[in-house]
Design a protein around this ligand. Sequence first.
Ligand code: NAD
Ligand code: UGA
Length: 441
Amino acid sequence: MKINNICCIGAGYVGGPTMAVIAYKCPNLKVTVVDSNPKKIKLWNGPLDKIPIYEPGLSEIIKKTRGVNLFFSENIKGSIENAEMIFMAVNTPTKKSGKGAGMASDLKYIEVCARDIAKYSNSNKIVIEKSTCPVRTAEKIKDILKSSNKKIEFEILSNPEFLAEGTAIKDLLKPDRVLIGGDSTKTGKAAIKLLVDVYKKWIPKRKILTTNVWSSELSKLASNAMLAQRVSSINSLSALSDKTGAKIDELSNAIGRDHRIGKYFLNASVGFGGSCFKKDILNLVYLSRHYGLNEVAEYWHQVVKINDYQMNRFAQKIINAFDGDLNGKTITILGWAFKPNTNDSRESPSIYVSKRLFDSGAILNIYDPMVSSEKIYSDIKEYWKIKINNNDLKMRVKIISGISNNLKNSDAIAVLTNWEEFKTINWESINKSTLIFNGIR
Ligand code: NAD
Ligand code: UGA
């Protein structure tokens, strides 16, 4: 088989940037990204300053590749038919109902993808799990593909993505490693080689690891769990520092100087956010329980519990500073994105902290340089689950478009995202009576 056409199903935070970089580095390949959401495809094909994802460096790459060898399309059927290699980069959120609700991954989008591939394929395909999937998902995909009963060979590879939002392009151009899991059969090895050949165009061979499918799937969950564990570890120590007079930044620095520990991912924060850490750890907990490993499950569950504790602890600190009553108090929330340099607010600590402050009576002014006011209000509706009409909500929660004048009239300011813009605020110029709560990381 020769690879000329790649199709990626899912034009989200992973599918969009990842395929843009593959197209950029492999001009010989035609890369088509499809999505079941036509609005998203329109945005990807629209003006560069309105593409649906904000990532430093992304729009420059889109500018160079879009319409050349990178295409965004609503035509799922045609794109599957034409491709020799198909990436699945759809979302795998935590299940909301049924067996494993609140813990296990919801694989319905993966299953729809697999059914579409089975239905529309007329030739052999290499199908790649790019989404983060629980270990042994490839088996499920294989079953669905086989059920098409066509005389077509499907080879399934696991190729998890390790990019972090905010640094996606940098991570994709210079990854620490690329992981490819596949079968050790002759056809499995051949499929692995074809995918290695794609990445080899810009990534040194020594950084491309090949393993069996299950190691690859589990490595992805394990990597996120280990990263999140570091944040929960340092956050647990920040609680102890507050009680003892130790300074958590000094602690991070002192601990991180030991090269066996390392300095990265040791910044105390309001808690980790993002669409992946919590869901992937919960999934690991679910899998461990499924295999009867209850102690292992509890061990990892604690990482999520400490994160919830840390977010609540931060909110409670603000509430306590006003003796438990925030009625009539104006609190400015700086940052809605879960981290800087992204417009993604999924699982952002700001959503949780603001809700606690709102419930205690506060009037909120919210500012984020990249998350739109429509998105902030839609997050509030989705996650706060409060019964309030739009007008009343807008009286109590205002989205502000800049911070220069707004900070002066606040009773308290909570900094929740580490945007560059917030580092240059002259805190001396703010009213002495305004309380500042800095939760940045
Ligand atoms: P996302 O929600 O941004 O994008 C997923 C896209 O898939 C959506 O646009 C959705 O409309 C589309 N989709 C869903 N079902 C579809 C179908 N059947 N056909 C066509 N399109 C369909 O999600 P994301 O953040 O890109 O994450 C995708 C996967 O990658 C997840 O498994 C996630 O855990 C993993 N991951 C994410 C990141 C990250 O930083 N966001 C990093 C590494 C891995
Ligand atoms: C994370 C991983 O870093 C990626 O490798 C992985 O591919 C991705 O999840 C995924 O699977 O989705 P991401 O969630 O985009 O990436 O961002 P991170 O930089 O990991 O930050 C996650 C959260 O931890 C953020 O809220 C961040 O502010 C917080 N954090 C990070 C801290 O509180 N302290 C730190 O020292 C580092």
